[in-house]
Design a protein around this ligand. Structure first.
Ligand code: ZN
Length: 87
């Protein structure tokens, strides 16, 4: 089965003035949580995806850090843009 992340909820956001990075914690439909890092210069662009460790990775099933979600950065970026939730 091919994994496709679907953002269900955007839980919180933070902005770091020094780095110019915006952070969003999102919950996917499979309940996995990820922290998304965005820059705005001037277009929104995703710079990193970190999976939070609330459930095992939906792709590799590890319950510790892995890089699987980074492969879906473009998907996350597109979905965040479509929600119109970016400040
Ligand atoms: Zn993984």
């Amino acid at each position: 089965m091919t994994f496709k992340p679907v953002i269900q909820e955007i839980n919180s956001s933070d902005y770091n003035e020094d780095s110019g990075l915006y952070q969003f914690v999102v919950t996917l439909t499979n309940q996995a949580k990820c922290r998304l890092f965005f820059s705005k210069d001037p277009e929104w662009k995703i710079t990193a995806v970190n999976r939070l460790l609330n459930i095992p990775c939906p792709v590799c099933r590890k319950d510790y850090y892995c890089n699987c979600m980074s492969k879906y950065a473009a998907e996350f970026e597109q979905q965040m843009l479509e929600t119109n939730r970016l400040p």
